[in-house]
Design a protein. Structure first.
Length: 171
């Protein structure tokens, strides 16, 4: 009789089972991201008259980081080793950063003018908030803080989901 190998290899195609609930983690991350984005939009509405461009950019990047950190932590706690949930959390955090800013623009416009003026503006130019997100007021070109906020939110969400998920598995 010949001796067997020192270890038994897993059959091809079988992955170790991941614990947690990836779908629930992504859905909870989505709901929390919506709440954080609404709070950011309300903060912008309350303070837009007193903000300089530097303050507005700092608040936007802080919101993106906070949104990504909260979503990433929740995904890491609930989904642990699921790469799909990490990617979903990163996408949701980036969308939360985008919509937090984009939803603040119509709120400010409706507060300054009127809700009917906002309706007229959005009928004539439906993508006005997204164009305002992308365009720099100071230079007229691309505002590079806008895509930077998306990257910050996605990186924070994925990174924290990875760290929290791996740390939780080791415990």
């Amino acid at each position: 009789m010949q001796p067997g190998p020192p270890f038994q290899a897993r059959p091809f195609g079988q992955q170790p089972s991941a614990s947690g609930n990836p779908v629930g983690a992504v859905l909870l991350g989505f709901f929390v991201s919506v709440v954080v984005s609404l709070l950011y939009s309300g903060l912008i509405l309350a303070t837009y008259k007193d903000q300089s461009l530097t303050t507005a950019n700092t608040l936007y990047l802080a919101h993106a980081l906070l949104n990504g950190a909260i979503v990433g932590s929740l995904v890491g706690l609930m989904a642990q080793q699921s790469n799909g949930a990490r990617i979903g959390g990163a996408v949701i955090a980036a969308l939360g950063a985008f919509f937090g800013y984009v939803n603040a623009i119509p709120l400010v416009f409706a507060w300054e003018r009127s809700p009917m003026a906002l309706m007229d503006l959005l009928e004539a130019e439906p993508f006005f908030p997204a164009k305002a997100w992308w365009t720099s007021e100071a230079h007229g070109g691309v505002d590079w803080f806008s895509p930077l906020g998306l990257v910050v939110a996605a990186a924070a969400a994925w990174g924290l989901a990875y760290v929290v998920g791996n740390r939780r598995r080791q415990m």
